[in-house]
Design a binder for this molecule. Structure first.
Ligand SMILES: Cc1cc2nc3c(=O)[nH]c(=O)nc-3n(C[C@H](O)[C@H](O)[C@H](O)COP(=O)(O)OP(=O)(O)OC[C@H]3O[C@@H](n4cnc5c(N)ncnc54)[C@H](O)[C@@H]3O)c2cc1C
Length: 411
């Protein structure tokens, strides 16, 4: 750990939190205000702990989407308000930033950027080297206990001392409990209730679990009674369902699903075709083309054998039946199961320990063009502590880089 003495000059800047947003904010301060004395205070013994474990140890740094109108759609909380921020620092800026510092990135087919090294340590090393080069002080094991606005600047209270700073950037990350942000509420900020996002759905009463391990490449998912829609691959697990089509729904519906106690009905369209009449036409054409084939012997929409047998059972169709024997009733039942298959969800499971917090400091209280608090002057926010979070795909780190970069301008 690099311990430089805390500079006593007038231009003292504190960053609270040594995560992605805190590091990027600190480096942005030095880029825009090279004379500033910057200190990162991290309460735990390790900085960048989440970067280390992110993306299964590979760190999905950002996403390949550079169209801002598309990009903001990945953020159920914060999207519209981030539009301006992304004009300032976008996904392409992130790629350039790391590549300019000798961390080449690679774009996967699914749109996710990872370091070529496939190791999150490359990102950590880069951020640490940049801090060392810029003489940014990093103090670990030093948690901030209170923030006290003063007529000039801000005082930070630690267990054993109080230090005065000119400006402070809060980058303390998501808080699992709303009460964890009471110290910011006490300063007058509104806190949007904190609930988990990015989780998989438990289906204790559904037989589908027996098909664990099966992936259906493209599906459309919906939560019954809502307009929320997920899409992409769906994975059947020991506990229920996971995969991008599920994680996206968990993110879009994070607050509402929490209110419902994670007790709801999931609708799956296994065909990935939103128009039911098109599915009807497709099934009709199969009946015409393969009247003598047994139902299990012609699988539509790339559905794998075990899943197809499961769907036929749910549609009440015996595997000994031929396509021509489907009849009107059987046809309608099959269409219903293919396009609107209903599963009872009871509970959730964390996805590979990868989660983000929905909620945090209300964006109404933050000037998004500077990330400065509208309540407390000289106080800025960066990263997940604000009410910003996204679906999976590198978007959460992008929010940390973007808001950290803007906060560090200290506008
Ligand atoms: C397992 C896992 C994998 C992930 N993988 C990805 C991925 O591949 N791509 C992606 O985009 N997103 C991923 N995410 C989400 C991403 O990690 C977070 O959105 C991101 O780390 C948020 O950065 P942050 O700096 O705002 O907060 P954090 O990374 O949580 O950092 C906040 C820091 O502040 C410190 N702190 C808190 N309170 C205080 C205090 N009072 N005083 C001093 N320090 C304090 C904390 O100890 C922490 O180190 C993943 C999340 C998890 C949990």
């Amino acid at each position: 750990m690099y311990l430089y003495p805390v500079n006593n000059s007038l231009n003292k800047i504190a960053i609270i939190g040594g995560g992605a947003a805190g590091f990027f904010a600190a480096l942005s301060v030095k880029q825009h205000h090279p004379e500033a004395a910057v200190t990162i205070f991290e309460k735990s013994q390790k900085v960048l702990a989440k970067v280390k474990v992110s993306g299964g140890g590979r760190c999905n740094v950002t996403n390949g989407c550079s169209d801002i109108d598309e990009l903001i759609k990945a953020y159920p909380r914060g999207g519209k308000k981030l539009k301006w921020a992304f004009k300032e620092f976008n996904t392409t800026d992130t790629v350039k930033w790391f590549e300019d510092r000798n961390v080449p990135l690679t774009l996967q087919e699914d749109g996710c950027y990872f370091p070529v090294s496939q190791n999150s340590q490359s990102i950590i090393d880069c951020l640490m080297n940049e801090c060392r080069r810029n003489k940014i002080v990093i103090q670990t094991g030093k948690g901030v206990e209170a923030v006290v606005p003063k007529e000039k600047g801000i005082e930070l209270q630690f267990k054993d001392e109080t230090i005065h700073f000119d400006k402070v950037i809060i980058a303390t990350g998501g808080s699992p409990k709303t009460s964890g942000l009471d110290w910011l509420k006490d300063l007058g900020h509104t806190i949007e209730e904190c609930v988990p996002s990015l989780f998989t759905f438990n289906m204790p009463n559904e037989k589908v679990k027996e098909l664990m391990g099966i992936v259906k490449e493209e599906v459309i998912t919906t939560i019954q009674g809502t307009k929320l829609k997920g899409d992409g691959p769906l994975l059947i697990t020991h506990w229920g369902m996971s995969g991008p089509a599920i994680l996206k729904l968990s993110s879009l519906g994070a607050r509402m699903l929490s209110e419902r106690g994670y007790d709801f009905k999931l609708l799956v369209n296994w065909t990935n075709e939103a128009k039911v009449d098109k599915v009807m036409a497709e099934i009709e054409s199969i009946v015409q083309a393969h009247p003598n084939k047994l139902l299990p012997n012609f699988k539509p929409y790339g559905i794998k054998e075990r899943l197809w047998l499961h769907l036929l059972e749910r549609a009440g169709q015996a595997p000994t039946k031929r396509w021509e024997e489907l009849g009107k009733k059987g046809f309608n039942k099959l269409i219903e199961v293919l396009t609107n298959d209903t599963y009872e969800v009871k509970g959730k499971t964390t996805f590979k320990e990868e989660f983000v917090t929905c909620g945090g400091v209300s964006l109404e209280d933050i000037n998004m063009s500077s990330m400065e608090s509208r309540i407390v002057k000289n106080l800025y926010f960066a990263g997940e502590v604000a009410d910003i979070d996204a679906v999976t795909g590198g978007y959460n780190f992008q929010a940390a880089w973007t808001t950290g970069f803007i906060a560090g301008q200290l506008k």
